[in-house]
Write a protein that binds this ligand. Structure first.
Ligand SMILES: Nc1ncnc2c1ncn2[C@@H]1O[C@H](COP(=O)(O)OP(=O)(O)OP(=O)(O)O)[C@@H](O)[C@H]1O
Ligand SMILES: [Mg+2]
Length: 368
C-alpha cells in the first residue's frame, strides 16, 4: 500500500518558482496497479521521485505499507535506500560497461548480500523477465526491449514491497510496447507487487491500470477505474486528454432535474444532456461532451429512437480498417463520428447524427 496525502513541492528556478505539485492525494491499494497519467510537466516524475525518496517534498505525508516515510509536519524523511522500493527510471539508466548479470545484481551488491544469494536471485529475476540466456552479454548489446527488461529485472531483484515505474515503455516501438505492456501487467499480477506507474500515454494507462489518477498542472483532475474515467470525464481537460471528444458550448434552458437531465441550447440546436458529476453551476453557460463512437451516423431521413438528433453535411471521412471516422459540419461546428467501415455515405451529402441522452454529458469547464 502507498498513501500520498496533500503532497506539495515547488522548485526554485532562475525565473522564479515552479509549483510542480499543488497538494495531491491518492492511495495505491495493496497489490494493485495504479497509474499517474497526464501531459508533460504535470508533476508525474516529481510524485514518483518523492515516493522513492529521491525528492524531498515541501509539504504532505507519504506512507508505504505501515511505515510513514515522509511527513512535513512530523519532520520524517526516510532516505530512498531504506524505503524498500524498486524503481525503473524514465531514461532506464542501465550501465553500459556492465554485463546484464552485473546490472541486475547491482542493488544486491550495494546491500552486501552474500555471493550465493546474489547468484540465485539474479537468475530468478532473469527468468522472470524472459532473459534467462543473456546474463553474460554486455548490456548495450541488447535490443531496446531487452534493455527495458534488464531495467525491470534490476527493479524487481530485491523483491521490493512497491514498484515505481516512470514511463518504462516510452523508448520502444509501438508493437514492442504493446507486447511489453501485456507482459508487465502479467508479471505484476503474478507477483502481486503494489505498483505505481507513470505514463503520458492514455491508451497505455487505460489498458494496464486498476486505477488511474489523471493529473494536470500539479493537481489530480480525476481519480478512478479506467472505464469510469473514459466514460464519465469530469471536465474539459479530462474529456479532451483521454480519447477523442466532441465538446460543445451551450446555455442551460432547464434542469438538471432530479434524474440529472438538462435541456441545453447550443449552436447545433437544442440537446438533452445528462449530468454525472455535481458541478458548481455559475450562470447558464455549460459544456457538453460526447465521444465520436457514441454518435450514430445515418443518411438523412432514417428514423431514430429518442435521444438527440442532429442534421449536418458530411465533409469527409477517414478509413481506419476496422472503422471509419466521419467529419460532419452541423451548423458551424465540426462533429466527429466513428462508425462501421462498410457504411456507404457520400461526401457532401446530408446526414443525421443520433446521440443517446446518457452519452451527452454535462462536464465542468476548466483544466484542473
Ligand atoms: N529539478 C527541477 N528544477 C526545477 N524545476 C523542476 C525540476 N524538476 C521538475 N521541475 C518542474 O516541475 C514540473 C513537473 O515536472 P515533472 O518532471 O514532475 O513532470 P512530468 O509530469 O514527469 O513530465 P514528463 O511527462 O515530461 O516527464 C515541471 O514544470 C518541471 O519543469
Ligand atoms: Mg516525467
Amino acid at each position: 500500500m502507498i498513501r500520498v496525502e496533500n503532497l506539495g513541492k515547488s522548485f526554485k528556478t532562475k525565473e522564479g518558482g515552479v509549483d510542480a505539485l499543488a497538494g495531491i492525494s491518492f492511495e495505491v491499494k495493496q497489490g494493485s496497479f495504479f497509474t499517474l497519467l497526464g501531459p508533460s510537466g504535470c508533476g508525474k516524475t516529481t510524485t514518483l521521485r518523492s515516493v522513492a525518496g529521491l525528492e524531498r517534498p515541501d509539504q504532505g505525508e507519504i506512507t508505504i505499507g505501515e511505515r510513514k516515510v515522509f511527513s512535513s509536519r512530523d519532520k520524517i524523511f526516510i532516505p530512498g535506500n531504506k524505503r524498500d522500493v524498486g524503481m525503473v527510471f524514465q531514461s532506464y539508466a542501465i550501465w553500459p560497461h556492465m554485463t546484464v548479470f552485473n546490472n541486475i545484481a547491482y542493488p544486491l551488491k550495494a546491500k552486501r548480500r552474500p555471493r550465493e544469494e546474489i547468484q540465485q536471485r539474479v537468475h530468478k529475476a532473469l527468468q522472470l523477465v524472459g532473459l534467462g540466456e543473456l546474463g553474460d552479454r554486455l548490456a548495450p548489446r541488447l535490443s531496446g526491449g531487452q534493455q527495458q527488461r534488464v531495467a525491470l529485472a534490476r527493479a524487481l531483484v530485491a523483491e521490493p514491497a512497491v514498484l515505481l515505474l516512470d514511463e518504462p515503455l516510452s523508448n520502444l516501438d509501438a508493437k514492442l510496447r504493446n507486447q511489453m505492456r501485456w507482459e508487465l501487467k502479467e508479471l505484476q499480477r503474478r507477483l502481486g507487487t503494489t505498483t505505481l506507474y507513470v505514463t503520458h500515454d492514455q491508451i497505455e494507462a487505460l489498458a494496464i491500470s486498476d486505477e488511474i489518477a489523471l493529473m494536470n498542472k500539479g493537481r489530480i483532475v480525476q481519480l478512478g477505474a479506467p472505464r469510469d474515467i473514459y466514460a464519465s470525464p469530469v471536465n474539459e481537460f479530462a474529456a479532451d486528454f483521454i480519447g477523442a471528444a466532441n465538446i460543445i458550448r451551450g446555455e442551460l434552458i432547464e434542469g438538471p432535474d432530479a434524474s440529472g437531465r438538462a435541456r441545453v441550447k447550443t449552436p447545433l440546436g437544442e440537446l438533452t444532456a445528462a449530468q454525472k458529476w455535481r458541478q458548481d453551476q455559475q450562470g447558464k453557460e455549460v459544456l457538453i461532451a460526447f465521444r465520436p463512437e457514441q454518435v450514430s451516423i445515418m443518411s438523412e431521413g432514417q428514423p431514430a429512437a429518442g435521444g438527440n438528433l442532429l442534421t449536418g453535411e458530411l465533409q469527409g471521412f477517414t478509413y481506419l480498417g476496422e472503422s471509419t471516422e466521419f467529419q460532419v459540419l452541423v451548423g458551424s461546428q465540426k462533429i466527429q463520428a466513428k462508425g462501421e467501415a462498410g457504411l456507404a455515405l457520400k461526401r457532401g451529402s446530408q446526414v443525421s447524427l443520433h446521440i443517446a441522452v446518457e452519452d451527452c454529458l454535462l462536464i465542468r469547464r476548466g483544466e484542473v
